[in-house]
Design a protein around this ligand. Structure first.
Ligand SMILES: NC(=O)c1ccc[n+]([C@@H]2O[C@H](COP(=O)([O-])OP(=O)(O)OC[C@H]3O[C@@H](n4cnc5c(N)ncnc54)[C@H](O)[C@@H]3O)[C@@H](O)[C@H]2O)c1
Length: 401
């Protein structure tokens, strides 16, 4: 096996992978499946068929290229599923700093490739002072969505590498992708590109939802607005993330923008766009909550939210706008029930809010007399049930199949 590998990948013989969590484990296993000799290490016990080292030191001793995907968590208050607090903070880099220190302490020539998300300036402030000339430090953040880690890793739009000597990593990715998709720059710029990418996506979702709210209030058809703008693929780039629905979620977008709003204040940015973006996201959810409350009051029915995750057909709830909506209602002391897939056998007559676009919700026979708020405009008409499709006026609602 080892002989065959050295023929397949003559320059990179051994790869170490520190941090076998939600991102690290599927990626480390994918790299191994591509024929590389991968050795993993996590402080937690990990179920995998990959060989594992018993310390960072022994992993480094046995590797030339060491990836590091330890967590850089944000305080749970800043994940995007709770109303924004007034104060902001940076990510917690203590896990990353500890892992880097241990790599350095192994005292071996190695290329250390950090994947973990950092705000721009983190390397200069917290990491560079720890390094010796034995470490070739590269920053290689992934543009990967939760739930599609392997697909996104194997089919990236581009591979971002920050650092002075990226050659060994470029070579590795050419072997993974069969062509050169790398974009190289310095570490600090790469740190910025990673989080600004997420800002771009949140901007599109905020804009798309704002079109929906506008259409709802003025009497326009948001689906036509979306379809028309989607044709402007030259100037508007791509219609992805622009369709009006619920706000974006996940472990990256909201939290990265909240962290960037912290840094924007710290460095005295002329306008804190990141704060404005996250405030717009939250205000839109407050508007949806107020619409829900209004319907509960006028119909004199109980309120039920369907959906907790931010992505259809998953149970991923990190940073979910469905959870944010529920938290806003709790803050306003509004009573409601909240279900995802665990629906009761007998659904009551109620005001329903569809907070996740799960396919199964289209097949529910809602009780006669119910009111449903559908931000995705995807439910079928049902007799005796009033569907409020966000972004469509009553006339358009009626025509919808
Ligand atoms: N999950 C994703 O899809 C995704 C996408 C893009 C970026 N990221 C970034 O990647 C990083 C990791 O994310 P995650 O979701 O995998 O986090 P995670 O918490 O699921 O995994 C981190 C793992 O690192 C381990 N760890 C911590 N310190 C260690 C040490 N000293 N030695 C060995 N292992 C150690 C933890 O035990 C844990 O298993 C974060 O910075 C995150 O922002 C994640």
């Amino acid at each position: 096996m080892a002989k065959k590998l050295s023929i397949m990948h003559p320059k990179i013989k051994k790869i170490g992978f520190i941090g076998l969590g939600k991102l690290g484990l599927p990626i480390a296993e994918t790299i191994a499946k591509k024929g590389f000799n991968v050795l993993g290490y996590d402080i937690k016990e990990t179920e995998t068929s990959l060989p594992q080292a018993n310390s960072i030191k022994s992993l480094v001793k046995n590797s030339e290229l060491v990836f590091c995907a330890v967590q850089t968590p944000h305080n749970p208050l800043y994940e995007g599923d709770k109303p924004l607090p007034k104060t902001r903070v940076d990510f917690d880099y203590s896990f990353l700093i500890k892992a880097v220190k241990e790599v350095v302490a192994a005292n071996k020539k190695v290329t250390l490739v950090v994947i973990s998300t950092c705000l721009p300036g983190t390397y200069k402030r917290d990491i560079e002072p720890l390094l010796t000339n034995k470490i070739n430090y590269l920053y290689n953040p992934f543009f990967i969505a939760m739930g599609t880690e392997i697909k996104d890793f194997l089919n990236p739009e581009f591979v971002l590498i920050g650092g002075k000597h990226p050659e060994i990593l470029k070579d590795f990715y050419i072997k993974i992708h069969g062509s050169d998709k790398t974009f190289t720059t310095d570490v600090t710029t790469a740190e910025g590109i990673k989080v600004f990418y997420n800002t771009f996506i949140t901007t599109k979702t905020v804009l798309g939802n704002m079109y929906g709210e506008y259409a709802h209030k003025i009497g326009m058809n948001v689906d036509d607005i979306y379809e028309a703008l989607s044709r402007a693929t030259d100037r508007i780039i791509s219609p992805k993330y622009l369709r009006s629905g619920m706000s974006d979620g996940g472990g990256c977008h909201p939290r990265d923008n909240i962290a960037l709003s912290f840094l924007a204040d710290k460095i005295g940015l002329s306008f804190n766009f990141f704060d404005a973006l996250m405030t717009a996201r939250e205000k839109h959810n407050e508007w949806l909550a107020s619409l829900f409350i209004e319907k509960i009051k006028t119909a004199k029915l109980p309120g039920i939210i369907l959906g907790k995750s931010f992505k259809p057909e998953t149970d991923l709830q990190t940073g979910s706008a469905a959870i944010l909506l529920a938290n806003i209602l709790r803050k306003k002391r509004v009573a409601f029930e909240h279900y995802e897939f665990d629906l009761p056998q007998q659904l009551p007559v109620a005001v329903y809010f569809i907070a996740t676009q799960h396919g199964i919700y289209r097949y529910i026979n809602f009780p006669y007399g119910s009111v449903i708020i559908d931000p995705f405009r995807y439910l079928h008409e049902q007799s005796g049930v009033r569907i409020i499709r966000i972004g469509l006026n009553e006339e358009n609602c009626g025509n919808k199949k």
